[in-house]
Design a protein around this ligand. Structure first.
Ligand SMILES: NC(=O)C1=CN([C@@H]2O[C@H](COP(=O)(O)OP(=O)(O)OC[C@H]3O[C@@H](n4cnc5c(N)ncnc54)[C@H](O)[C@@H]3O)[C@@H](O)[C@H]2O)C=CC1
Ligand SMILES: O=C(O)C(=O)CO
Length: 320
């Protein structure tokens, strides 16, 4: 008999077909946690769970007594309570690596768009404000030959550094849990304490996972340590930043601007204070969202799920 798998996100048909070859699949475009919903009924019998973003904690797991593997279609796994899953002998997997270049492209695009004020200037053209001469009120700042400070130099961070160093001739400083001599040598990246990095960087880019240590790690104190001309880029998770402190820093000119892909609450509420600020460039959490990369992520996650359900060790098993 095939194991039962619950797919709770919209995934490409060919990937769902592959899972169906190996599992009996219940498929939903989005999870519905209300008691008695078809999703919760299917969960009772499911041995595998495949999708992205669903909060999997003790209360949820109490309602999934047969679960053996949770396969995230994402590299971040802050939605999963890993110690709780491990204590119940349930495997968890993610999709590292396959999205590194795509996310780095997004983050670098966001950085350039923020420095050169591209979304604001797009509005300027559309609103008919482009007259004979363009005065310096609309000038941005250079990216090339500036200093990029990256916090969290992992798989994605390295690809951002590659673009900064070799594409834009930037100096790179970084802060990480541990030093990376290979990357230091290859990219000339120089290690800094967090406070040193914040004080020195022209662009501060946050690329850590969301963990108890990184939650709220950039707050009022950290914004005040940054240069007044600094641009802050967040591609990690919204909750790594104190959003109220960020809004205040942008309003008061404590920093120059911010480019954001992630928020404490997603989707970002319509009238969130950030939406009123011209010096904030806002993307809807699309770091990895290209057709090619999302397909690759779905395949990776599906293979992890199937391997786990077959009793094999999945390629991307998350260690507790
Ligand atoms: N905006 C988006 O669409 C996307 C966002 N992400 C986010 O980016 C995160 C990073 O992804 P990867 O680079 O693949 O992960 P990774 O695990 O390869 O790299 C993360 C780096 O952060 C470092 N780190 C962890 N805690 C730290 C701390 N307290 N201080 C300093 N450094 C710390 C780690 O040592 C590691 O080098 C994901 O966990 C996810 O939250 C990932 C993909 C897309
Ligand atoms: O993979 C992740 O962690 C994302 O945020 C979406 O790609």
């Amino acid at each position: 008999m095939k194991p039962k798998a619950l797919v709770y996100s919209k995934l490409p048909e060919e990937v769902v077909d592959y899972v169906k070859e190996h599992c009996e699949v219940s498929s939903f475009d989005a999870p519905d946690n209300t008691s008695g919903s078809p999703f919760m009924e299917a969960l009772k019998e499911s041995e595998g769970l495949l999708g992205s973003g669903l909060k999997v904690d003790a209360a949820f797991l109490d309602r999934a007594p047969r679960l053996r593997i949770v396969s995230n279609v994402s590299v971040g796994y802050d939605n999963l309570n890993i110690p709780e899953l491990s204590s119940r002998g349930i495997m968890a997997t993610n999709t590292p690596g396959v999205l590194n270049d795509t996310v780095a492209d997004t983050i670098f695009g966001l950085l350039v768009a923020t420095a050169r004020r591209m979304p604001e200037l797009d509005r300027y053209v559309r609103n008919g404000q482009w007259k004979e001469s363009r005065d310096q009120d609309i000038f941005g700042i250079d990216v090339h030959h500036k200093t990029l400070g990256i916090i969290g130099l992992g798989g994605i961070g390295e690809k951002i550094v590659q673009r900064a160093r070799f594409g834009f001739d930037m100096d790179v400083i970084y802060h990480n849990r541990s030093r990376n001599p290979k990357l230091e040598e290859h990219y000339g990246a120089v290690y800094r304490t967090l406070d040193e990095l914040l004080a020195e960087a022209d662009f501060v880019c946050l690329m850590t996972p969301l963990t108890p240590e990184t939650r709220g790690m950039i707050s009022e104190r950290e914004f005040k340590l940054m240069k007044k001309t600094a641009i802050f880029i967040n591609g990690s998770r919204g909750a790594t930043v104190d959003e109220e402190a960020l809004v205040e820093a942008l309003r008061s000119g404590t920093i120059r601007a911010a480019g954001l892909d992630v928020y404490v609450q997603e989707p970002l509420p319509e009238h969130h204070p950030l939406t009123a600020l011209d010096n904030a460039v806002l993307l809807p959490h699309i770091g990895s969202a290209t057709q090619e990369t999302r397909l690759e992520m779905a395949w990776t996650a599906a293979r992890n799920l199937v391997a786990g359900l077959k009793g094999e060790t999945p390629a991307n098993l998350i260690q507790a």
